[in-house]
Design a protein around this ligand. Structure first.
Ligand SMILES: Nc1ncnc2c1ncn2[C@@H]1O[C@H](COP(=O)(O)OP(=O)(O)OP(=O)(O)O)[C@@H](O)[C@H]1O
Ligand SMILES: [Mg+2]
Length: 342
């Protein structure tokens, strides 16, 4: 998996999304805290990080779907083909969502309407973006899409309600709906966590196939590093609402420079990861982002290499290899630790 070339379609710059609470909204949870990353045309990008690190909120921020209140995007840019989506009007965003950028949500049950048949839901999505399409044509196309995502008897299934479908089929129906308008970018938030391993693999293979067929870029949010190793061109490791290490998947997995990345890799018992990683959980708790000082490395409290400098200044992102970036004052020690592993 080489360094990505070609057009950058999504350029997230210093995105900051807060949740405000308290009587005078004085408590500020910095769910996304200066996140930057880029996605190239047709690229398969994985976003990894512990629970609560801001993965879903950053995806919702890109889609313009952060619930306000209490959520508020307080800074940054989300450039899609150079246009800042954070400045787009509601009408512009509606046109972009679905047609250019689509999202598969973490919970299929919350995204599918329980009282409308799955075929009709997909058909409605199609007709919103293609006003000239007849109802009949849209229903036929919807069934076709269900077949394409591997649902058997798609004409029958199209006439059923979400509860009549298994979890795996609901997830596939969501993907069918998401790709129905041929988006350039699909953001998939943990699309397979609720599924068993075989179905997980089928859904991911499906995403990858659609990516190649449609030339669509995929941003996959996942906890599963085995999945990242297998499918992703590049990986963004997030911690405390910001990217701490990004780069081509091979480079990040072979030569991690951030202690958190190394910790993540060492915490999984996966045979399909490079040798030397074993089951060593990261000690401590994810940070409370309403308490971590703004000018400090969010990982410092859990980091074996942390020094006063880490608590007093936020390390900048620096290039450590071709297309490989890391934000840490102790990159050298981390890499040495990695290289010393058997
Ligand atoms: N609607 C909300 N109101 C208040 N706080 C929220 C809301 N949604 C998310 N948060 C907070 O924002 C932070 C980031 O949450 P987010 O859902 O993005 O995490 P995540 O990385 O997706 O985690 P997971 O892996 O568990 O899905 C968390 O501290 C979470 O509690
Ligand atoms: Mg999430």
């Amino acid at each position: 998996m080489a360094v990505q070339e070609g057009e950058v379609i999504l350029d997230v710059q210093n995105l900051q999304t807060w949740f405000l609470s308290g009587k005078h909204q004085e408590t500020r949870l910095r769910a996304v805290d200066g996140l930057s990353y880029q996605v190239h045309k047709g690229e398969f990008v994985a976003v990894v990080g512990e629970s609560g690190s801001g993965k879903s909120v950053s995806a919702l921020s890109v889609m313009g779907l952060v619930p306000y209140p209490p959520g508020l995007i307080v800074g940054g840019k989300v450039l899609f083909h150079g246009k800042d989506l954070l400045q787009a009007t509601d009408e512009e965003m509606q046109a972009i969502r679905g047609e250019k950028i689509a999202m598969v949500f973490q919970e299929p049950s919350t995204a599918l309407n329980p009282v409308v048949t799955v075929g009709k839901q997909i058909a409605e999505a199609l007709r919103i973006h293609n006003p000239g399409m007849s109802k009949k044509e849209a229903m036929a196309k919807a069934a076709g899409l269900l077949g394409e995502v591997g649902i058997p008897n798609p004409e029958v299934r199209a006439r059923q309600y979400p509860f009549e479908l298994s979890g795996g089929m609901q997830q596939r129906a969501m993907i069918a709906m998401a790709v129905s308008c041929g988006p350039e970018l699909l953001v998939a938030d943990e699309p397979t966590t609720a599924l068993d391993v075989t179905v997980q693999a089928q859904v991911l293979d499906l995403l990858d196939r659609l990516r190649k067929k449609l030339g669509m870029a995929v941003v996959l949010i996942t906890h599963n590093l085995g999945v990242v190793a297998r499918y992703a061109d590049s990986v963004k490791v997030v911690y405390g609402g910001k990217a701490v290490e990004t780069g081509p998947t091979d480079a990040v997995f072979e030569e991690p420079c951030h202690p958190y990345t190394l910790g993540l890799l060492r915490a999984v018992p996966r045979l399909d990861l490079p040798r030397g990683y074993g089951l060593h959980p990261i000690v401590g708790e994810p940070p409370d982002m309403s308490k971590v000082p703004e000018e400090s490395c969010a990982f410092a409290a859990r980091c074996r290499y942390a020094t006063d400098g880490c608590r007093e200044g936020r390390p900048p992102m620096e290039e450590v290899g071709e297309g490989h970036y890391c934000a840490c004052f102790h990159k050298g020690e981390t890499l040495e630790e990695r290289r010393a592993l058997p």
